[in-house]
Ligand binder design. Structure first.
Ligand SMILES: Nc1ncnc2c1ncn2[C@@H]1O[C@H](COP(=O)(O)OP(=O)(O)OP(=O)(O)O)[C@@H](O)[C@H]1O
Length: 795
């Protein structure tokens, strides 16, 4: 029989085991292994040294380590079961022993004190200003534009950054660096003055339009660059909306992912404002003769730091130099005088919510005597106090930031419990974004959470509308969700997004999420962390922390936009990761630690209705702990399900061996090997990629995210795996567990990357080579794959 009756990862709770424990069923090798584990556990039931449940995957030194943030000794005490009356339900069915979720977990040192007083909700810091005292007209925009904003786009008053930027860019010809919080309206801050001035070429002094208007073929006046295709498309959409008040002007994108021929054709037809990714723009500057930059007056670099991070310094330098070197034409080819109405010099605008060293460098490359325009709550406070603002980053004041310190083993069930409680109530129609470190892990979690034929939806509400139809372009990226759909509420739709997806799929998925009328979850890599504006996102969950703290600010900034409320939840593990809180708390707003047990209690209050519950227990009568264990067991069982046998030699595939799977099994074919479930393969792949990605946190923050201190066995559980797969980073595997059993066909490099990872390639052995150099390289690879795929693939 298949080996589904034996589990390899043992944690037998606190009840003493006697030597009578006997294992039946399964393969003899597994039985021996199981027996050995129990004997080992009996010899050392505390699991403090070598007797832990995953000795093969445990860091060598776990009991004491340095807390890098504070310099104090960091303790990782072991906790017992969460409730004294609670007995973990280990015995699931004959021959099965499941690892308990609630024992041998390190305890958090962070305390969860209830605040004595509920703090007043903070005033939104990125909202539009009061309409009574502010309007667009007063900033120098024409009546035509101001009325369009007010009547068609429902924007009556500017935000703080718009108030400061628009008059400067309308009246002056200076370079500018715009720095303001996420969701504070930076896009319109630079777009409105550009549109206003180009429009003015076609307007009489009284605001009426001239008989001969500037049109699409009159010249390219502005180029806007952004790091991702999604962001470019979004800017284009905003631009199109504004240009409805000047329909004779045309904007377009060159972003890769679609044929260059089509892009060339559009440029040939005539474009006044071009939105581009740096790679594709460089390509067109080199190869598209019809792209004439002689009339270009503005170059905007949106999310400049991200473009630098993605390794586009040379491209950006090249683009800036090329455009500057091209002779600036005072008249366009139709003889229209541009100077005076348009800037008489080339103006560069750089935008970011954060101020990193690389932004300063980009500033040196692209800006000349630039105005630094800052608008944030702290800046306003600073202004009032007459001081200069030194802060590097800040989150919108109204954004509630929470942190869950969850032991590795409990991460997956806690995530599901959180989502269940978020979507529990009838009529709750929220949008949630979950950030995950790498594409493989996004793929896996999407597969795990989506409803399949075997996995019924939880909803038993007969009045609930039928699950929505899915666009063919999003067939593999959008699905109704299992587990998190509450019986009382409508079906939750899950979406996945990462840079390895084809561009039409990316675009369609993002549209599906943005326009989804049902409760919706987007599982994404950092591809969604920058600039994306989905106004109704209520919660951002950082299931994997960002690789650098500035990215955290951008990620959580996908919610609480333009003055709306929002919530951000960060998952950390007990141990060194807790030190990260002190770093986050230097931002303008405090991150409040919350007790994950309460999340589990809330989220697992109602029965799970799992289709393949092996436990003899009735979930309806279960405690939340039992439900958590049942859920975990259910995932583990899903991964263990084998989908038949496949022959390994060519002969068995030849004629006469039809139906090889059964033949192999029945005839005792020695060459047959169990064919693994694709979900299991995906889980292993995701786990490996996750561990590789974990090593790429920036050097300064690696004290909190130290790969060597991860408990790989416990982490594996959060992927539904019963043990950590082999072949993970040499440094760790050498120090912490036996050399990984080489997978058939895998390279001898134990530290090498997952063979077919879609998220990683190249040498990822951070244990063996210079850590910082390797991490940098990995980050660059990750970034390129996550964000761009073929986006910057020139040629
Ligand atoms: N004056 C305004 N009144 C009302 N809403 C506005 C105004 N200006 C911008 N918005 C809205 O605010 C949201 C955020 O704007 P935008 O995307 O430009 O922010 P951002 O500062 O660029 O954020 P990020 O740094 O995250 O990219 C958008 O939905 C936009 O429509």
């Amino acid at each position: 029989m298949a080996d589904d009756g034996m589990l390899l990862n043992f944690e037998l709770g606190d009840a003493p085991l006697t030597s009578q424990v006997k294992f039946k069923g399964g393969r003899w090798r597994d039985r021996v292994k199981a027996q050995k584990s129990v004997t080992k556990w009996q010899q050392n039931p505390t699991g403090t040294e070598n007797g832990d449940d995953d000795s093969s995957a445990r860091p060598a030194k776990r009991s004491r380590t340095e807390d890098g943030a504070s310099g104090r000794e960091f303790k990782m005490p072991r906790t017992g079961p969460v409730s004294a009356n609670y007995t973990p339900s280990h015995a699931m069915k004959t021959g099965q022993i499941s690892s308990s979720l609630f024992t041998s977990n390190p305890a958090a040192v962070t305390t969860f004190d209830e605040p004595e007083e509920v703090p007043e909700p903070a005033e939104p810091s990125n909202a539009p200003l009061s309409e009574e005292t502010n309007n667009f007209l007063a900033l120098g925009l024409s009546r035509r534009v101001a009325e369009h904003l007010s009547s068609k786009l429902q924007m009556k008053a500017p935000t703080a950054i718009q108030k400061k930027t628009i008059p400067k860019l309308v009246e002056q010809d200076c370079d500018a660096f715009l720095q303001a919080e996420t969701g504070s309206g930076k896009t319109l801050a630079y777009l409105l003055p550009i549109v206003q001035r180009i429009m003015s070429l076609s307007l009489n002094e009284d605001g009426t339009t001239k008989d001969t208007k500037v049109h699409r073929n009159s010249g390219l006046f502005a180029i806007i660059m952004a790091p991702t295709r999604e962001l470019c498309t979004q800017i284009q959409v905003v631009l199109e909306k504004i240009l409805r008040c000047a329909p004779w002007l045309v904007c377009s994108t060159v972003i890769g992912g679609e044929s260059k021929k089509a892009e060339k054709a559009r440029i040939r037809k005539g474009v006044n404002i071009l939105v581009a990714t740096p790679g594709r723009l460089t390509d067109h500057l080199l190869n598209t003769k019809v792209l004439d930059v002689g009339t270009v007056r503005w170059l905007v670099l949106d999310e400049g730091d991200r473009m630098m991070e993605m390794g586009f310094e040379d491209d950006l330098r090249d683009i800036v130099t090329r455009i500057r070197q091209d002779k600036l034409l005072r008249y366009n080819k139709e003889g229209v005088l541009l100077d005076g109405i348009l800037p008489s010099r080339r103006v560069t605008v750089l935008c970011s919510a954060t101020m990193k060293m690389n932004v300063q460098k980009l500033g040196e490359i692209s800006l000349e005597n630039a105005e630094h325009i800052i608008a944030s709550k702290s800046e306003m406070e600073n202004d009032a106090a007459g001081g200069a603002n030194e802060s590097n980053f800040s989150a919108p004041a109204q954004l509630k930031q929470q942190c869950l310190i969850v032991p590795a083993k409990l991460r997956l069930v806690t995530l599901i419990a959180y989502l269940r409680s978020a979507f529990a109530r009838k009529g709750t129609n929220m949008k949630v974004i979950i950030f995950i470190s790498c594409a493989d892990s996004v793929d896996y979690h999407f597969e795990l959470l989506k409803a399949t034929a075997a996995l019924e939806l939880d909803s038993d509400d007969e009045d609930a509308p039928p699950a929505p139809k899915i666009d063919p372009n999003t067939q593999s990226t959008v699905s109704p969700a299992a587990y998190i759909t509450s019986p009382a509420n409508t079906t939750v739709m899950i979406h996945k997004l990462h840079g390895s997806l084809a561009q039409p799929v990316r675009t369609a998925t993002l549209n599906a999420f943005t326009n989804c009328k049902e409760p919706a979850v987007l599982i994404s890599t950092d591809i969604a962390s920058r600039g994306l504006d989905v106004p109704s996102v209520d919660i951002v969950i950082e299931y994997d922390p960002a690789f650098v703290v500035d990215d955290h600010v951008h990620r959580i900034g996908r919610t609480a936009r333009a003055g709306r409320a929002g919530k951000a939840v960060l998952f950390l593990q007990p141990g060194p990761e807790e030190g990260y809180l002190s770093l986050l708390n230097t931002a303008t707003q405090k991150v409040t630690p919350e007790n994950y047990i309460e999340i589990l209690q809330k989220g697992l209050m109602t029965p799970l209705n799992l289709p393949t519950l092996a436990s003899g227990e009735q979930p309806e009568k279960s405690s939340w702990q039992s439900r958590a264990e049942a859920l975990q067991l259910h995932f583990e069982q899903r991964l263990l399900a084998t989908s038949g046998f496949e022959p390994t030699d060519d002969k068995s595939k030849s004629k006469g061996s039809k139906g090889g799977a059964n033949n192999a099994r029945g005839a005792g074919n020695r060459n047959a090997k169990p064919k693994e479930d694709p979900l299991l393969i995906a889980a292993r792949q995701a786990f490996k990629s996750h561990i590789c990605a974990y090593a790429t946190h920036v050097k300064e923050e690696r004290v909190f995210f130290d790969k060597a201190k991860l408990h790989l066995g416990h982490m594996a559980k959060s992927y539904g795996l019963r043990e950590a797969p082999g072949g993970i980073g040499g440094g760790v595997s050498k120090r912490t567990h036996k050399p990984a059993t080489a997978h058939k066909g895998s390279s001898s490099k134990a530290a090498g990357p997952p063979a077919s990872s879609s998220a990683w390639d190249g040498d990822l052995d951070v244990g063996a080579v210079d850590q910082e150099a390797a991490a940098k390289r990995m980050r660059a690879q990750n970034m390129a794959i996550m964000n761009a795929s073929n986006e910057f693939n020139i040629g």
